[in-house]
Design a protein. Structure first.
Ligand code: C5P
Length: 303
C-alpha cells in the first residue's frame, strides 16, 4: 500500500570545478563542471490533495521570500510530472528549507528534484530514474544532479551527468551572504568580463579527479576552481575579502559556490571545519556559516 504522504530529503551541491565555455546560441553556456552533493538538505513532504490541485507551502530560513505558484521550480516539477504521467496534478507540497536561497547551492533545483521523486511515489507513477532525469533536465540545468547526488561531472549546460567515485568524505564550511545573486546576472557579467577575448572549451581538471580518487583533501583544496568567481566578485566586491579571510584562517581551498554568493571553504577534517567556521563567523564578512560534508546521496525517500 502506498502511504498518503511521502517525505524526501534533497541535498545542496557545491561545484568543485566550474569551467564555463562560450555562450551558446540558446543563451546557455557550455560547461564542464564537477558537482559534489553535501548534507545541507531541504525536506519535501507530498500529501494527497484529491481535486485540490497543487498547493505549495514553505518554511525554514528565508522561505517567506519564495514564490509558491508557478514561479517556483518545485511547483513546476509537480505540474510537469503530472502531465507526463497523465494524472491530475493534485498534491499538497510542503518544503522545509535548509539550503541557502539564491546562494549558488542549487536549493531550488534540489526542491524540484525532491518533488519529482515524492510526487512520483505519491501518484504511483512508477517512473524509472532515467525518466525522472529527463524531466529534471527539462526543469533546469542543476536538477538532474539533485536526483543523482554523490560526485558527478556535468557537461552540456550541466545536465548531462557522469558519476565519479571518490574516497572518504570532505568537510566543508559554507559562508552565507545576506542577499542572493541572480544566476543569469552572474553569467552575463562573466560574458561582459570576457568580451573581446577568445574563450577556451570547458574542461575537467586532472588534478581534481586525482584528488577525488585519492580522497586527498589538500590536493582537492588546490584544485578547486570556478570560472564564475570573478563575475560574482565583480557584482559583490566584499566576497574577495571573505575568500581571503578563509585562506588566512587555513582553509585548504575556497571558492564561490556556483554563481554565488555563498562561499565554500574546504577543511582538513571535522575539527578543522569547526575552527574555520568559528573564525569566519567572527569576521563579520558573512551572515552566518554552515558546516557540511560530502559526498552524500541525491534526493531520496525518507518516510
Ligand atoms: O538551467 P537554469 O534554469 O538553472 O539556468 C538559469 C540561468 O543560468 C539560465 O537562464 C542562464 O542565464 C544561466 N545558465 C547559463 N549556462 C548554463 C546554465 C545556466 O548561461 N550552463
Amino acid at each position: 500500500m502506498v502511504p498518503s504522504s511521502i517525505t524526501v530529503r534533497a541535498p545542496a551541491k557545491v561545484n568543485l570545478q566550474l569551467s564555463v565555455g562560450p555562450a551558446r546560441a540558446d543563451g546557455f553556456h557550455e560547461l564542464a563542471t564537477v558537482f559534489q552533493a553535501v548534507n545541507l538538505c531541504d525536506e519535501i513532504v507530498a500529501r494527497e490533495n484529491p481535486g485540490g490541485g497543487i498547493r505549495l507551502t514553505m518554511s525554514g530560513e528565508g522561505a517567506e521570500s519564495l514564490p509558491t505558484g508557478e514561479d517556483n521550480l518545485a511547483y513546476r516539477a509537480a505540474l510537469l510530472l503530472a502531465e507526463s504521467l497523465e494524472v491530475p496534478p493534485d498534491v499538497d507540497l510542503h518544503i522545509h528549507k535548509a539550503i541557502p536561497i539564491a546562494g549558488g547551492m542549487a536549493g531550488g533545483s534540489a526542491d524540484a528534484a525532491g518533488t519529482l521523486l515524492a510526487c512520483d511515489a505519491l501518484w504511483r507513477g512508477g517512473s524509472t530514474r532515467e525518466e525522472l532525469t529527463d524531466l529534471a533536465a527539462a526543469l533546469g540545468s542543476d536538477v538532474p544532479f539533485g536526483l543523482h547526488g554523490g560526485n558527478a561531472i556535468g557537461t552540456g549546460r550541466g545536465e548531462r551527468l557522469t558519476p565519479i567515485l571518490s574516497r572518504g568524505h570532505f568537510s566543508w564550511v559554507f559562508a552565507l551572504a545576506d542577499d542572493g545573486l541572480s544566476t543569469p546576472a552572474v553569467y552575463s557579467e562573466c560574458d561582459r568580463l570576457r568580451e573581446g577575448r577568445s574563450v577556451a572549451d570547458p574542461y575537467v581538471s586532472d588534478m581534481l579527479m586525482q584528488a577525488l580518487a585519492a580522497g586527498d583533501a589538500e590536493l582537492l583544496g588546490r584544485a578547486l576552481h570556478n570560472d564564475l568567481q570573478l563575475a560574482a566578485v565583480s557584482l559583490r566586491p566584499p566576497l574577495a575579502q571573505l575568500l581571503e579571510a578563509g585562506e588566512d584562517y587555513g582553509a585548504l581551498g575556497g571558492l564561490v559556490s556556483g554563481s554565488g554568493p555563498t562561499c565554500a571553504f574546504l577543511a582538513r577534517d571535522e575539527d578543522h571545519a569547526l575552527d574555520l567556521a568559528v573564525a569566519l563567523s567572527g569576521t563579520g564578512l558573512c551572515r552566518s556559516v554552515r558546516r557540511a560534508h560530502g559526498p552524500v546521496p541525491g534526493a531520496r525517500i525518507t518516510g
